[in-house]
Design a protein around this ligand. Structure first.
Ligand code: XUL
Ligand code: CO
Length: 454
């Protein structure tokens, strides 16, 4: 029986007739029995499938990032771009920016993700003055608003690029030059207005060049005080314009500076606490940044969540043997299982999501590679979600974990944990009880149990 197309379907068909940027690729379908060589299908991700009472789509909240997927050209510090998209005319014009945006929305619709993210400067070219830059941005943002509506796509988060322009070479909020910080503040003012207009569910600060290369020329205390003062201006303006998005800080240990102030989750949490900012911010954790800090993949996700501050995730991975931020697509089932276990344990990630801050490799030059990368990563996270749901609903690992800490539930253990005990009481107890009985940590058993679910 044929169905009457909805108004939205008609609009999309009309757009497709006028211009199609990804010809030959339709809406990506779920095909669980696909063979190994079939690439443009989901084997595990089915948006409406229920897992622990919620749809996969609700748990995973996938987002495509504009900077890598639509501005990335495959360049690296040793070579220029290798990736040429056919909608690019080689100019940095507003017209090209608009065409690129239409291509991106076709991509989102065909992939079936519901969210996207961008930096202000990804969207529209920087002009000669702030006024000209803002006018360029306004034109592209107006189109973005229209495309979001037509395609039913939402903005997971927006952010300001405060690191590419030469003016920010010493940092933005932590620059030695107050004039530069003032410029950054003016840029962020506009960024918040754009975020509000497009309904951004979050607003991210990644401290691009907020850090130091040499302690000899850096007053670290002054720079961190300025960073906090900058955030206080942000909070005041956000409240003034009634923008309701969640503010997020994205930790990174190094690159481009030798030491980034937002080193890792614990460093950012201490900073927020020190400057009384905790209630205004959560964290956007990027596992490739976590591994750069020398931690295991899921470390910062777990630490931020443990303090109720895990706001969103830049779902990617690196090659820890390299020690660079390579922003690869997450393809490791174990890592994604661990992340999703934390996400389920904290009751979900909304209003954050899983943003693919990842780029196809310099050698992956075909248009379809962009689809394959996202599909495979979405499938990996869908597997992670299902595995994590099994771990949680069977409860075997949680039981084993709780068993390790049983001594804290009663007696002096409970009194210490509750802040009611004293050193004298502890001394008395030990004089009576003597040495603790050694207990195994059973690490290998925990590892084997995890493998059971993968
Ligand atoms: C850089 C990085 C950024 C932020 C947004 O390493 O992760 O793309 O996510 O500025
Ligand atoms: Co990121």
């Amino acid at each position: 029986m044929s169905q009457t197309p909805t108004k939205r379907q008609k609009v999309i068909t009309q757009i497709a007739k006028e211009e199609e940027f990804f010809p030959g690729i339709g809406r990506i379908q779920y095909k669980p029995d696909a063979g190994a060589s079939e690439a443009l299908v989901f084997r595990h991700y089915q948006a409406e499938e229920e897992v622990l009472g919620r749809t996969m789509q609700d748990w995973l909240r996938f987002s495509v990032c504009y900077w890598h997927s639509f501005r990335g050209v495959g360049s690296d510090p040793f070579g220029t771009g290798t990736i040429k998209r056919h909608w690019e005319d080689g100019t940095d014009s507003v017209e090209n920016a608009k065409r690129r945006l239409r291509a991106a929305f076709e991509f989102f619709s065909k992939l079936g993700n519901k969210y996207w993210t961008f930096h202000d400067r990804d969207l529209a070219p920087e002009g000669r003055t702030l006024a000209e830059t803002n006018a360029n941005l306004d034109q592209v943002v107006a189109l973005a608003a229209e495309l979001q509506k037509t395609h039913g796509i939402k903005l997971l988060w927006a952010t300001c690029n405060l690191f590419v322009h030469p003016r920010y070479m010493h940092g933005a909020a932590t620059s030695c030059d107050a004039h530069v910080t003032t410029y950054a503040a003016a840029q962020v003012k506009k960024g918040l207005e754009v975020a509000k207009k497009l309904g951004a569910e979050n607003f991210v600060f990644w401290g691009g060049r907020e850090g130091y290369h040499s302690l000899l020329n850096t007053d670290v205390r002054a720079e961190l005080d300025h960073l906090a003062a900058f955030y206080k201006m942000v909070i005041a303006y956000k409240e003034k314009i009634g923008y309701k998005g969640q503010l997020l800080i994205e930790p990174k240990a190094k690159e481009p500076t030798r030491h980034q102030y937002d080193y890792d989750a614990q460093t950012v949490m201490a900073f927020l606490h020190q400057y009384n900012l905790t209630k205004h911010f959560k964290l956007n954790i990027e596992p490739n940044h976590t591994t750069l800090a020398g931690h295991p993949y899921e470390h910062d996700v777990v630490f931020a969540s443990a303090y109720g501050l895990l706001g969103s995730i830049d779902a990617n991975t690196g090659s820890p043997d390299l020690g660079w931020d390579t922003d690869q697509f997450p393809m490791d089932v174990r890592s994604c299982t661990m992340v999703m276990k934390t996400v389920i344990d904290q009751g979900g990630i909304a209003p954050g999501g899983l943003n693919f801050d990842a780029k196809v490799r310099r050698e992956s030059t075909e248009l379809k590679d962009l689809f394959i990368a996202h599909i495979a990563a979405m499938d990996t996270f869908a597997r992670g979600l299902k595995n994590a749901a099994n771990i949680i609903s069977e409860g075997v690992m949680a039981k084993a974990l709780n068993t390790r800490y049983l001594s804290w539930n009663s007696g002096l253990g409970a009194r210490i944990a509750g802040g009611e005990a004293s050193l004298e009481e502890c001394e008395k107890e030990i004089l009576e009880r003597g040495e603790p009985t050694p207990a195994s940590g059973h690490q290998e058993h925990f590892e084997a149990m995890l493998n059971h679910y993968l």
